[in-house]
Structures are given as structure tokens and as C-alpha cells.
Design a protein around this ligand. Sequence first.
Ligand SMILES: Cc1cc2nc3c(=O)[nH]c(=O)nc-3n(C[C@H](O)[C@H](O)[C@H](O)COP(=O)(O)OP(=O)(O)OC[C@H]3O[C@@H](n4cnc5c(N)ncnc54)[C@H](O)[C@@H]3O)c2cc1C
Length: 372
Amino acid sequence: MKRIVVIGAGPGGIAAATQLQNQAGNQIEIVLIERNGTAEFLPGTLATALGQTSPADWQQPLQLPGITVQAGEVTQVSGHGVVVDGDSLTADFVIAAPGLALDDTAVPQQPNIIPFWSPSTAATASDAVQKMQTGRVAVIVAGLPYRCPPAPFSLAMQLAHHYQQAEKKVDVFITTPEERPLTIIGNGIPEHLERSCAELDVAIYTQFQPDWGKSGENEVVSVDGRSQPFDLALVVPPHVRSPLLRHLLGDGPLVSVSPQFESDEPGLFVIGDAAKTPFPRAAGAATAQGKTAADAILARLGLIEPAPPHAPEPECYIGHGGEVFSKIAMRYPHGLPPNAKPEVYLDAPSTTLADGFAAAFKTWKAQRYQPQ
Ligand SMILES: Cc1cc2nc3c(=O)[nH]c(=O)nc-3n(C[C@H](O)[C@H](O)[C@H](O)COP(=O)(O)OP(=O)(O)OC[C@H]3O[C@@H](n4cnc5c(N)ncnc54)[C@H](O)[C@@H]3O)c2cc1C
């Protein structure tokens, strides 16, 4: 039997493993490797930072019929297999979906500067968020790209709402290296985020690339010399390439891939946040890439006919505080970039979208745990 190893149980890895299983599960062996055998729902980061949930609320042990789940840390990868917890595991193909790594070391180590961008790292922020009685809280986007472009704005708005509800005199602001919030997506989204932040008195400082060398204990300074004082800084840390993929071609954090997501190393496919694509770092993009890579491998094994790429369907929920959410969705009815542009849809802020966010988490869980 041919063996296909998938690394990572995020949206990309789960989509790839499930597509392999659904299309040819009885003809191939599928091994899914994930640290601790447990997946984490990254959108739970914000509620955890706000102290509303704990990291455990967003975790799910893996159990998937027809897929061998192996808990462990992959330290080496090629098109012929992996090294996991020191042991070699050979494979006919490998699909790597390790996401992006967070470089906390690029951010000054200080009690009032907290880098995080996952539920498990967000728990460190929640105490500091609760303790603030008065002063300025900064949400600092340390660099591009980062996962889920609207999420830092959502964090800033939810923080502002939290302090306003508690009648605390805490001002929240956000800095971003972008010209405008989500300027690449355009289609009214920058205006939506600017307007929504303004409604909650969240100031946005754009084209602000922090220079941590010049910044002080209570002040962040940009590379062009602008400065903003703060009492607490919540930092979306620089996102860097997974050490696993360091040897592959690509720019900075992202790995160059073919239209089927094969890297420059034959047999090694890289999908999701780690892949250099014109799509946002979003779950709906990673899912489509996982399916496309799985189809390409099965076609190469002669198990299915070659299939066209799956179109991404990214959807991001933006919390405005309380139960109010808006939603950005992207669809590609005219083809994929660079040949065609996406359609961008915005659902205005409402409390009914909270149900959509809850349903997305329920689906995420069901995709990772299916009783035998
Ligand atoms: C705050 C926040 C909010 C978000 N909100 C949305 C949203 O509303 N909508 C949306 O579409 N997207 C959202 N995203 C983005 C989305 O979560 C990511 O784009 C998506 O998870 C990327 O999927 P992936 O499969 O590429 O990688 P990941 O989801 O990062 O998964 C990678 C997995 O690989 C594992 N792994 C990594 N290295 C190894 C190794 N060496 N050995 C073993 N296992 C390893 C990790 O433990 C992890 O489980 C959000 C992200 C954040 C941080």
C-alpha cells in the first residue's frame, strides 16, 4: 500500500487527509501527524485573550476513521518521508501543513509587552487585560503576513468594548504596517474596519512598522520615527517559516509551490498558511489547498482522474464586542488569481452572526473527532 503522510491538523492538513480518505481510503495508508495529537481552533485566540474562555475550550483530540493519527513533533521532512520524535517514517508522498511559526524572540521581553496569536499563547494576555484600570492598550501588528488579516482589528474592538462595558478609562489603539486595514482585499473592507473601529473609539495607526530597538518600556516607535505611548501592548508577533520547511525555495515565511502545491522538492506538497499563494492566510484557503494537493497525489498514483483545483472559500468573523459580529467572505466565481479577481462580500454587524461563529467551531470539531 502507498503511504501518504500529512503534517498538521489545522484546516489544511485535515482537508488533505479527509480528501485522501474519502477518495481512496481503502487503497492507501494515510498518516496524520500532529503535536500531542490535539488540534487547536485559532479563532478562539481572542476570547481567550479577553478572559472569556480558556485554551482548553478550543482544543480537540483527533480521531478520524481510516486515518492513522500519530502524536509527535516532525523535525525533518522530504518527499520520501519524515522524522517524527527521532524516528524515520517513509512515505510515497508528504503533504506539509504546519502553518506559520510565531517569532516571540523578535519582541522585547517585558511584562507589559505580550506576544501571542493562538489560544494557548493568549492565556498569558488575559490577566494583563483584566488588570488594566486606566491607560492605553496597544494592539501591535509586528509584521506582514500574519494569519487572519482582520483579526487584530477584531481584537482591538473587542478590547475597547470590554473596557467600555466595565466603565474603565482605557483607550485602545492598533498599529499596522499596512497602508489601510486589509488594503489588499479592498472592496469596502478597509472602510468597514475604519468605521467600525472609530465607532468604538479605537484609533488606527497605519504604515506603522515597529522598530523594537528604538522602542521603550512604554512606547512603541516606528521605523520612520513616529511613536505611541502604551501601558500594555498586545503584539501579533512576526510570523516566520516553520523550521521544518527552511530548506525549501520561497520568500521569507512562505514556501514557493506549483499550482498543485508541490514544493521544489518532488513529492513534498506544502499547503495552507505556509504556502506562497495569492490567497489570504485563512482557513477556507487552506482547506481548498489541502483538497487540491490530495487530488494531485491520487491522480499521480492513478487512483483518480486529474481534477481541477478547488476554489478557496475564506470566511472571517469579526467580533465587534458583545455578541456582535460582521463577516467577510471571498469567492472566486470567475477563476483563480492571477487570471481573475475574487468577489468580496461583507455581512454587516449583527448579533445573528454569533450563531455562524459558533456553528463554524462545531463544524471544526466534527471534522477532527468522529467516533469509530
Ligand atoms: C486569532 C485568529 C483568528 C482567525 N480567524 C479566522 C477566521 O475567522 N476565518 C478563517 O478562515 N481563518 C481564521 N484564522 C486563520 C486560520 O486559523 C489559519 O489561516 C489556518 O488555521 C491555517 O491553516 P493551516 O492548516 O495552514 O495551519 P494551522 O492551522 O496553523 O495548523 C498547523 C498545525 O500543524 C501543527 N504542526 C506544526 N508544526 C508541526 C510539527 N513540526 N510537527 C507536528 N505538528 C506540527 C500545529 O500544531 C498545527 O496544529 C484565524 C487565525 C487566528 C490566529
